[in-house]
Design a protein around this ligand. Sequence first.
Ligand SMILES: NC(=O)c1ccc[n+]([C@@H]2O[C@H](COP(=O)([O-])OP(=O)(O)OC[C@H]3O[C@@H](n4cnc5c(N)ncnc54)[C@H](O)[C@@H]3O)[C@@H](O)[C@H]2O)c1
Ligand SMILES: [Zn+2]
Length: 362
Amino acid sequence: MITVKINLGKERSYPVYIGADLANLGRTVKSLAPGDKILLVSDERVYSLYGEAVKSFLEKNDFDVSIACVPPGETSKSLFQVEKLYARCAELKLDRSDAILALGGGVIGDLAGFVASTYLRGINFFLVPTTLLAQVDASVGGKVGVDLPAGKNLIGSFYQPKFVYMDLKTLETLEPRQVREGLAEIVKHGVIKDEELFCFLEKNIGRVKNLDRKVAQFIIERSVRIKARVVEEDEREEKGRRQVLNFGHTIGHAIEGAMEYKEYTHGEAVSLGMVAAAKISEKLGFISEDLVKRIIELLKVIGLPVKVEEVDEDKLWDVLYRDKKIRAGGLNFVLPRDIGDVFLTSEVPTKVIKEVLREIEK
Ligand SMILES: NC(=O)c1ccc[n+]([C@@H]2O[C@H](COP(=O)([O-])OP(=O)(O)OC[C@H]3O[C@@H](n4cnc5c(N)ncnc54)[C@H](O)[C@@H]3O)[C@@H](O)[C@H]2O)c1
Ligand SMILES: [Zn+2]
């Protein structure tokens, strides 16, 4: 097991355990939660796989464990589910010494974390991410929240868990498409800050795709460290530093939105967004053609899309500009200069974006 510490100052620093064993979860929680009640929040699918085991590991350490299961999927990241969870917390008379433990992917972490951050103005929160995406991305950084009909992640707060606990065995039950989704964010971390990670992915692609245990541990650790470093510098996204994590996300989000979240998973859309950003950077003379080819090749061998199905350009521009308005800034791009080095700019000519979008269309 490897422990990465997220340093956010006194009281709010916390460990991320990578390669831990669920069987030891109870003991680790016990050392940090003074109360005896735990509300275990999960989704029905994850609960059916790991829920009973986790419940019994907690009970062995004398916790009184209650279960709240929501249907799997993004639709559970809603105020409706938040309200139901508040009602459960109240019914169980949880107090601030008690805890909420999230067992599941990013949806569960975001939802349960938001409830933990607001119920009684904040109760103990433990995070046990079970998807690769949640382990390398959603579980680090303290963003919690839910969606509104008007858009994703519009309600939320920053709230850090007491720890993040990753048992890599849980990744064995993921579908290959879900693994690729996590790998897209790992490639992103390599391009923005870690050339060594990027080269490692290139050299070990077979074992990476199979999530061979040792390889998985390494790439997850490197990703967590990169995200942690960025978050430590700019926890609340106030200094612009955290924006580098949006590499591939400007066009990625627009593609997701224009296609109404149907055609591509988030990771697939980000893959397309990274291809677009790399090509934009090449056209503007910031990066060489060879490096762009390497980025595209790595995404391709992972099995992520590098060419987009026909996309309604008007819709795509609508989403791009709606996002821009929400942020009240320019249309921001994170562009690679090298593998492991990116920069932020709001000065990409519309003409160049259009050219690149046409180039990446199938
Ligand atoms: N807070 C953040 O900083 C942050 C960052 C990135 C993404 N997110 C959020 O994360 C969410 C996406 O995360 P996700 O992809 O993990 O989604 P998810 O939680 O919906 O999980 C995806 C699916 O995988 C299933 N699943 C989970 N673990 C499994 C396992 N071990 N074996 C088999 N099936 C399993 C779930 O039941 C679900 O159907 C989005 O809502 C996104 O907004 C948050
Ligand atoms: Zn993402």
